[in-house]
Design a protein around this ligand. Structure first.
Ligand SMILES: Nc1ncnc2c1ncn2[C@@H]1O[C@H](COP(=O)(O)OP(=O)(O)O)[C@@H](O)[C@H]1O
Ligand SMILES: [Mg+2]
Length: 304
């Protein structure tokens, strides 16, 4: 049976000075489904979600949530009305505890004035137990690896008991086991009847987790199809707007001089370890591939 529409975004446009980031974009998310949103970097995916979440104000278009037209003025408004979002960029209070981060702005109170520390710890444990998250609620955020901080962010979004949850590139800093864990959480939310919007570059992931796939290109909506009718070649064709007969063509350019030489670069809060690479003039696009190996294929594809 075809599930009913839980969220409809129609004709959404948004411009920034000099850039039309969204041009009459449509998106319909059905109840109890995972809706993937795909497109090259800069296609407008995050902007569309920020328009939904009240971070940006759309220039035109309508948003209908559960049959009612809505316009959220800020993210608090969105959260209180059934839309949560896990952002691409983590924005957490690093010097505060995990549970502080979870309840910031909505602390449980005693007699409306005192923060109910015990109540907060209990609620945090309950949410973490339901989701199978093993992070210590008392740990200071900055002491956690980025993947655990990401799991806290995911737990926080889920804790609002929202109708729609947006995951904007959630797996870029997660380990394989954590990705499996996230997928179990997403399946649980789907079974509860939530609508999930899932943004990722990783096509294997998309084809595994999603029911529908919407594709955007240059700020425009290109197509929405059931994931079962798509394969990687078709997704790429829709994303870049032309046939790709040879995904990895022979290089024909002559490498130019080295302008950046990085040796053994490691990050304290990332999985980056001993990265060594050279950046040559006119090859600036290659920089990102060194941190996330799975994206290597994608970036090559985009730049064919
Ligand atoms: N705050 C902003 N100010 C100006 N331009 C922006 C802003 N946010 C996004 N853009 C531009 O809008 C376009 C879409 O960006 P974005 O939504 O982040 O793409 P995606 O998430 O698909 O990679 C890009 O050209 C980007 O540079
Ligand atoms: Mg984005």
């Amino acid at each position: 049976m075809q599930q009913s529409a839980l969220l409809e975004m129609k004709g959404i446009s948004k411009s920034f000075p000099g850039v039309k980031a969204l041009d009459k974009v449509n998106l319909t998310v059905r109840r109890g489904t995972v809706h993937a949103l795909m497109g090259e970097n800069g296609a407008g995916k995050s902007t569309l979600m920020k328009c939904l979440f009240g971070i940006y104000h759309r220039d035109e278009g309508t948003v209908i949530l559960d049959g009612k037209e809505v316009e959220f003025h800020n993210s608090k408004d969105a959260l209180e009305n059934g839309v949560a979002m896990v952002h691409q960029e983590l924005n957490q209070a690093l010097t505060r505890s995990v549970q502080d981060n979870l309840w910031l702005g909505r602390y449980p109170k005693i007699a409306k004035i005192m923060v109910d520390e015990a109540g907060m710890a209990k609620k945090t444990r309950e949410i973490f137990d339901t989701l199978g998250v093993t992070v210590n609620p008392k740990a200071i955020m900055s002491s956690l690896p980025v993947s655990q901080r990401q799991m806290v962010e995911i737990a926080k979004a889920v804790s609002y008991d929202s109708k729609i949850i947006v995951f904007d590139e959630p797996t870029s800093s997660l380990t394989e086991t954590e990705v499996e864990h996230l997928f179990r959480i997403i399946n649980m939310l789907r079974d509860k009847g939530c609508g999930i919007i899932y943004i990722s570059h990783k096509m294997e992931e998309i084809l595994r987790i999603s029911d529908d796939v919407a594709i955007m290109r240059d700020g425009q909506w290109v197509a929405t199809k059931p994931a079962s009718e798509l394969d990687m070649d078709e997704i790429i064709r829709l994303m870049v707007g032309r046939e790709l007969t040879n995904r990895f063509p022979e290089k024909t350019n002559t490498p130019q001089e080295v302008i950046l030489d990085v040796k053994n670069l490691s990050g304290k809060y990332t999985r980056l370890k001993d990265a060594t690479f050279q950046l040559r003039k006119a090859r600036f696009w290659a920089l990102r591939v060194w941190t996330v190996r799975e994206e290597l294929k994608y970036w090559k594809i985009c730049l064919v």
